[in-house]
Write a protein that binds this ligand. Structure first.
Ligand SMILES: NC(=O)c1ccc[n+]([C@@H]2O[C@H](COP(=O)([O-])OP(=O)(O)OC[C@H]3O[C@@H](n4cnc5c(N)ncnc54)[C@H](OP(=O)(O)O)[C@@H]3O)[C@@H](O)[C@H]2O)c1
Length: 322
């Protein structure tokens, strides 16, 4: 339950301990959310599988993100007012697939309820659907349903694609454009991509954290270029001479396999391509973030794509792989 103090705009939670929890405060969106929280004077505890990435310069309390230890999860969430949940897996790897990620998310929400967490802000994705043939989007819908069933006050925040910080997607498109003579675009490339800056997402999450009613909102930026327009912008930004070629969707996995063999990473899964091509990375609604992707590209031109950001190493490599 949340109270609105007389004369003040900021709501306060009834049992506000001043402490919030964030999953993955040393990873991508969790890092931005944790930073926004500490900058606003909140204490932050993170649940993470990468505790060694704490740089010592922040005051973030660290607990394990261990879904096999339900009691430990509950203890880690005790005293927390709001849980900001970014947990998800991009693709199945080792023993964790999307089905397992749904069960893990459910375990986290139940632990939050048992620990007395007042509110959960959950980062999802645009257009999740129980009927989706794509395990990622179906899994996300199941997680949203599990959250609603938990009984804790919640807000679901749905970005399509994130940029900024040390995000991988745009950086790695730039890396390919800098290094390869040819860049393959699946199909016409006229599907739209509606990114939001990771710091805008973080601010939006905090805004939702301060509310007290259940809600589901897209978290999207002001620009929605087509994929071809986006790739051309990045190409111009990094002054690439790479030739853009349109290939049938069926050929893309071959291209991805070649890139994977070279960089040792999963650049784009077949399902991620299908989602983009089917318009799932776009929405019609108003922007919730203000940072212009086009401005951000120009600002980051000197460094964008200089080094490849390896997602597999980030999650499964050593502590120095970031
Ligand atoms: N990145 C995007 O462009 C994008 C676009 C749309 C929606 N989203 C959604 O935004 C949320 C956060 O995404 P993100 O890119 O910010 O993720 P992230 O920082 O890479 O990871 C978020 C959390 O999930 C954990 N995690 C990720 N992969 C894992 C794996 N394979 N095994 C175990 N734990 C794993 C991380 O653990 P550690 O703490 O150990 O790192 C971290 O706690 C997700 O729900 C995602 O679906 C992201």
């Amino acid at each position: 339950m949340t109270l609105y103090p007389a004369g003040g705009l900021e709501p306060t939670h009834v049992c506000d301990t001043g402490l919030d929890a964030v999953t993955g405060a040393f990873s991508y969106s969790g890092r931005a959310i944790a930073s926004a929280l500490t900058n606003s004077g909140r204490q932050v505890r993170t649940l993470t599988g990468h505790p060694s990435r704490a740089n010592g310069g922040n005051d973030i309390e660290i607990r394990p993100l261990d879904f096999d230890d339900q009691i430990g999860l509950v203890r880690s969430l005790e005293g927390v007012t709001t849980l900001y949940n970014t947990y998800w897996v991009r693709f199945a790897h080792q023993r964790i697939d999307h089905h397992q990620a749904v069960e893990n998310s459910r375990a986290l929400f139940q632990a939050a309820r048992r620990a007395g967490v007042e509110r959960i802000i959950h980062v999802s994705i645009t257009h999740p659907s129980i009927d989706s043939p794509l395990p990622y989007f179906r899994g996300k819908a199941l997680v949203e349903r599990a959250l609603a069933e938990t009984g804790v006050s919640y807000a679901v925040v749905r970005p399509a694609i994130l940029f900024g910080g040390d995000g991988v997607l745009l950086n790695n498109i730039a890396w390919l454009l800098r290094h390869l003579p040819v860049f393959a675009i699946g199909g016409t490339g006229d599907y739209r991509i509606r990114g939001i800056h990771v710091d805008d997402l973080a601010q939006f999450c905090l805004q939702k954290g301060a509310e007290s009613f259940d809600s589901v909102s897209d978290a999207v930026g002001p620009e929605r270029p087509t994929f071809v327009e986006l790739v051309n912008s990045i190409k111009d930004t990094v002054k690439s001479r790479s030739l853009l070629v349109h290939v049938p969707a069926a050929v893309l996995p071959l291209f991805s396999r070649v890139v994977r063999a070279v960089v040792g990473d999963v650049l784009l899964t077949r399902d991620e391509y299908r989602a983009m091509a089917n318009g799932l990375a776009d929405t019609e609604g108003p922007a919730t973030g203000s940072t212009l992707l086009s401005d951000w590209l120009v600002e980051h031109a000197p460094i964008l794509g200089l080094t490849y950001a390896n997602e597999l190493k980030r999650h499964f490599g050593t502590s120095s792989d970031r």
